[in-house]
Design a protein around this ligand. Structure first.
Ligand SMILES: [Zn+2]
Length: 452
């Protein structure tokens, strides 16, 4: 009998070690190592690309083919993928369980009558998939489903069927008989993804892997896969809310930080072409502590509402809480307001919230955050139909932000009458817009404008 070979793997990042370790030297997490059997007795099994001897070629002689992307009917998916699905690409579609990953992927598979699609599910039976498909209500005569977890059998079916697109739901349920470890373990996940990668590259068939991520990232899988795949998409959102955000975390074929927005409805997930409308509330005119800012997610401008609540601290140390905005940045802004604008905030509790459960690290949000805080602190509502876009520096200056035109146009599109921006934005011609543009150079300037 062959000797059983074992190794230890970090469940968080996939680091391999011959012995157990308390702390992972790669990702610095504690207590993440577990032992897995990796002995391989049947080395010939699994997907292996036919070996071709490749020769080096002169870079000048290589002809670049026009990118033949597969355009999907889902515009939000097209956007986050950078303009469509690239043939031969391996995409990881990750997210927490239960937020609608399978629904979105099945919906995509069903909405392309021209694509022969294979949907491999290790989680649901064919009957369950049919029920889900009926609820979604599309009809693709070329969408095949397969309930299978053995990757070698999956490849056999792929060979017979010859599909144009393969979806795996989920990568954690697949296993290869090459390895003796259990499905979902680091070595299995890595092996199966590796075989699918070779398949995608050899046959130019795009493959999408669904992967579950738990909140603390403890489940093996997606983190390990992130550096193997071409594109990583992350599906986010609270399962108690109807809106879902799709983000590009990594993309070899396009920009990262793109954002897609969906609404969960009875039939599945509906695209939200204009997210600004859902992120700002309707009746905010007389409310203090509310400010609106046009931010950029990837290339897409989105209007977001900042809410602040400032009250006298009950206990000795004032509380500072922030949802969706960096807490250190909030503390910095409070210090600037105190020092440069003379507001006494040191003894106040400050709570900050960005609506829609969205997380933003766009510096253009600074001015709106400061305005919301002052508005709440003084209990005066901001001028209605006004939004703000500017970064605040340590000396209280309002700094210019990138792509101001797009931000202004988005505010204009949603019916805002006034936008406050930095004087230092280059090439800003006020005449071009139908919206009033107020320029300020310091935080004091901004305050006198806003609370006039
Ligand atoms: Zn690690």
């Amino acid at each position: 009998m062959a000797k059983v070979k074992k190794a230890f793997f970090c469940k968080n990042c996939g680091y391999e070690s011959p012995k157990w370790m308390g702390k992972c030297p790669s990702c610095n997490e504690w207590n993440t190592f577990s032992e897995e059997i990796i002995s391989s007795s049947k080395e010939t099994a699994g997907y292996t690309s036919k070996k071709k001897n490749r020769k080096p070629i002169l870079i000048q002689t290589i002809e670049v083919e026009k990118e033949a992307r597969i355009k999907l009917s889902d515009q939000e998916l097209n956007r986050v993928l950078g303009g469509g699905l690239v043939p031969g690409s391996l995409t990881l579609f990750g997210g927490e369980p239960g937020i609608g990953k399978s629904t979105l992927m099945l919906q995509m598979a069903l909405s392309h009558p021209t694509l022969k699609t294979l949907y491999v599910s290790g989680e649901e039976s064919e009957q369950q998939l049919k029920m889900r498909a009926e609820r979604i209500g599309y009809d693709n005569p070329q969408c095949f489903v397969l309930a299978e977890t053995d990757i070698e059998s999956v490849f056999k079916q792929i060979e017979n069927l010859n599909p144009n697109l393969v979806l795996i739901d989920s990568i954690q349920t697949l296993y290869s008989t090459i390895l003796d470890s259990t499905p979902g373990s680091v070595s299995q996940t890595r092996e199966c993804a590796g075989q699918l990668m070779r398949f995608a590259k050899t046959t130019q068939t795009p493959v999408i892997l669904i992967g579950h991520i738990t909140k603390d990232g403890s489940l093996a899988g997606p983190k390990v896969l992130e550096h193997m795949v071409d594109t990583v998409l992350q599906f986010e959102g609270d399962r108690n809310f109807v809106y879902r955000l799709l983000r590009t975390v990594k993309n070899r074929f396009g920009a990262t930080n793109e954002l897609g927005v969906y609404e969960m409805v009875q039939e599945g997930l509906r695209e939200v072409p204009n997210p600004s409308k859902i992120l700002i509330s309707e009746n905010r005119d007389d409310l203090s502590g509310v400010a609106i800012a046009p931010i950029l997610e990837g290339i897409r401008p989105v209007l977001i509402e900042v809410q602040a609540l400032v009250s006298s601290a009950v206990y000795g140390t004032p509380q500072r809480t922030s949802t969706g905005f960096d807490l250190r940045r909030l503390n910095m802004l409070l210090a600037v307001l105190e020092k440069r604008a003379g507001f006494r905030l040191a003894a106040k509790d400050v709570f900050l919230n960005l609506t829609g459960g969205i997380k933003v690290d766009d510096p253009a949000l600074d001015l709106a955050v400061a305005a919301a805080i002052l508005s709440s602190s003084e209990d005066i509502a901001l001028q209605s139909m006004t939004c703000l876009a500017g970064e605040i520096g340590l000396s209280g200056e309002v700094r210019p932000v990138s792509r101001i035109d797009q931000r202004i146009l988005e505010a204009e599109k949603l019916g805002f009458e006034r936008i406050v921006v930095s004087t230092f934005n280059k090439g800003l011609s006020k005449k071009r817009y139908n919206i009033e543009i107020v320029t300020v150079s310091t935080i004091e300037d901004a305050i006198s404008t806003l609370f006039a």
